[in-house]
Write a protein of this length. Structure first.
Length: 94
């Protein structure tokens, strides 16, 4: 899938769907079984998985997501990742 171009950023619901789809595919889950509250630890996501997911997210959205690399950034659930992607894209859930 191509990265999003300026002026073609996805809507909030699409951000959630894209993040969940990437995580589900990588971790071999059905996307319907995941939600924003799904904890990465419960899904078996380890540090190497997270690094690969970050790379996939940056490729998908066409922008670096530096807040996912920060040692101070707690990424415990899918919702944490979605929020950081929203922050980078300048979008907020209404």
């Amino acid at each position: 899938m191509p990265a999003f171009e300026r002026g073609q950023e996805p809507g909030v619901d699409r951000i959630e769907a894209e993040v969940i789809k990437l995580i589900a595919t990588h971790m071999r889950f059905d996307p319907g079984d995941l939600s924003l509250a799904s904890r990465l630890e419960d899904l078996g996501v380890e540090s190497l998985d997270l690094a690969d997911l970050i790379d996939q997210l940056e490729t998908r959205f066409g922008r670096p997501i530096p807040s996912l690399y920060s040692e101070d950034a707690y990424v415990g659930a899918i919702g944490d990742i979605v929020q950081r992607v929203r922050d980078v894209l300048g979008e907020f859930k209404a």
